[in-house]
Design a protein around this ligand. Structure first.
Ligand code: M6P
Ligand code: ZN
Length: 186
């Protein structure tokens, strides 16, 4: 039986207490994601394979909703900001919400039909991700980007499509600011 409880979420560290699970993605685990493969190898080797992001879950399999945080480190690979893998949901009726608590970023979304949208990620903005829109979060700032996500427990991750062909746009630093450019490899 499940019991109600208050879950503390620290908006700066992203810590979730109590949490049920967590994982860390090191940069080396994101091989193939960034446009500049040589720059990627260099950052991994010279930067000591830094952590790119961490995901902390509060998830009960017996319940339909779950939430958690994603803590994204600042960094770049060949001008492209650190980002998540990006995914569609396996369940085609499942959306998601991302409520940014600290830092700044960009949420890059792409529909199955190929429409591209972005939503600014900054404290106070809760991004609505509709079903059937692939989503990737990108830390465009110089601090950690911390956001709370919430979705259906069994939404599932479909990584295949984005992993195979990437997303239509890249987010890169240009003149000290984030710029959204066409992905030349798409
Ligand atoms: C968000 C949520 C998680 C997701 C994480 C990392 O926190 O959408 O479900 O796992 O981002 O993104 P990805 O799995 O695409 O690397
Ligand atoms: Zn998702």
């Amino acid at each position: 039986m499940l019991f109600p409880e208050g879950v503390a979420i620290d908006g700066i560290s992203g810590e979730v207490t109590p949490s049920t699970d967590r994982y860390t993605k090191k940069l080396s685990e994101l091989s193939g994601l960034f446009h500049d493969a040589a720059a990627f190898d260099k950052v991994v080797a010279e930067g000591g394979d830094p952590i790119a992001y961490e995901v902390v879950d509060y998830r009960k399999q017996e319940c339909d909703i779950c939430f958690g945080t994603t803590i994204m480190m600042p960094g770049q690979v060949g001008g492209e900001y650190f980002m998540t893998r990006g995914h569609f949901h396996e369940r085609k009726d499942c959306g998601e919400g991302y409520y940014t608590q600290s830092g700044e970023g960009l949420l890059l979304l792409e529909s199955r039909e190929g429409e591209v949208r972005t939503v600014e990620m900054k404290p106070g903005i809760c991004a609505f991700i509709p079903p059937e829109w692939a989503h990737r979060s990108i830390n465009t700032g110089s601090e950690k980007l911390v956001f709370v996500w919430f979705c259906a427990t069994d939404a599932g991750h479909d990584y295949g499509t984005i992993r195979e062909r990437g997303m239509r746009k890249l987010v890169v630093e240009r003149d000290g600011r984030p710029a959204i450019i066409d992905n030349p490899n798409f």
